[in-house]
Write a protein that binds this ligand. Sequence first.
Ligand code: ATP
Length: 295
Amino acid sequence: MIQLYIPLNFLGVVYREIKQALTDIEKMFLLLDREREIADLPDATELQVRGGAVVFDDVRFAYDPVRPILHGVSFEIPAGKKVAVVGPSGSGKSTLARLLYRFYDIDGGQIRIDGQDIRAVTQSSLRRAIGIVPQDTVLFNDTVAYNIAYGRPGAGKEEVEAAARAAHIHGFISATPLGYDTMVGERGLKLSGGEKQRVAIARTLLKNPPILIFDEATSALDSTNERAIQAELEAVGQNKTVLVIAHRLSTVVDAHEILVLEQGRIIERGRHDALLARGGRYAEMWRLQQSSGDQ
Ligand code: ATP
C-alpha cells in the first residue's frame, strides 16, 4: 500500500503544480489582453491640442465585465475651464481620470480631446498633453531632482529648482544635507503626504501640459497644509483645462460645472449656487461637510 501511496501522493503534488502554472498562464494572458487593448492603432496620429477641450460622450466602462462601473457618462470641459466630480467613495470618480489618461479603454461611447478620439492618437502624445496630480504620488527610488524632472526629462537644474520653488517644496529640499541629490522613495527619505503632493505639483509645473487632472487626497492633510496645496493647485490650473476629483467641496465652488456621480451615473450637475438652491444630493453633501467642519 505504502508503495502505491508515495507515487500517488507525488502525482497529486505534480497535478496541483501544473494546475497552478496553468492558472498563472491564464492570468498572464488576461493581463496581455488588457495590454493589447491599449496599444496604439497602426494608423495612430499625434494628438493635436488646440485649447484642450475634453468631452466624455456616453462613456461606459467595467474593469470586470460582470461589474459595470460607468453607465453612460457624458460631460464636457471647455478649453481652459474646470469641471469637478464629487460623489461617494467607489462611485467611479477616479476611474474617469484613469480613462482620460487611457490606462484602460472604454467599452462604449467616446472620449475626445479637441474633437479627436483618444483611441485614435498615440499614447505618448496623449500623455504629454495631460498632467496628473494623483491622490498618492508614487516616488521613484531616486533623487528628489530626478523625481521632479520626470515631468520633463532633460529639464535643467535651474528649471527643476524653479518648479520646486513654485510648488513650495524648495525650502524643505534645501534643508536636507544632500539637497536635490537626496534619495527619496521607499528606500530613501520618507516624505509626508503633503510633501509628496508638492513633488507631484512641481513635476506637473515642469511638464506644463494643457490638461490637468487633480485627484484630491482622501486622507485629509492638516488644514493649513491643505489650504496651501489647494492654493498652489489653483495657481497651476490657471488657464488650463482641469478635471478635479474632489473630496472637499470647498475646492469645487468656483468650478464651471460640478458633476455629482453616484454608482457610475451623473445624478446632478450644475454650478455650486444652482446645486445648493436645488436642495438635492449636492446640497446635502455641502450641509454635512459644513457641519463636520471638513471643507
Ligand atoms: P474614492 O472616492 O474612494 O477614491 P472613487 O469614486 O474614485 O472612490 P473609483 O476608484 O473610480 O472610485 O472606483 C470605482 C469602482 O471601481 C469601485 O467599486 C472600485 O472597487 C472599482 N475598481 C477600481 N479600480 C479597480 C481595478 N483596478 N479593478 C477592479 N475594480 C476596480
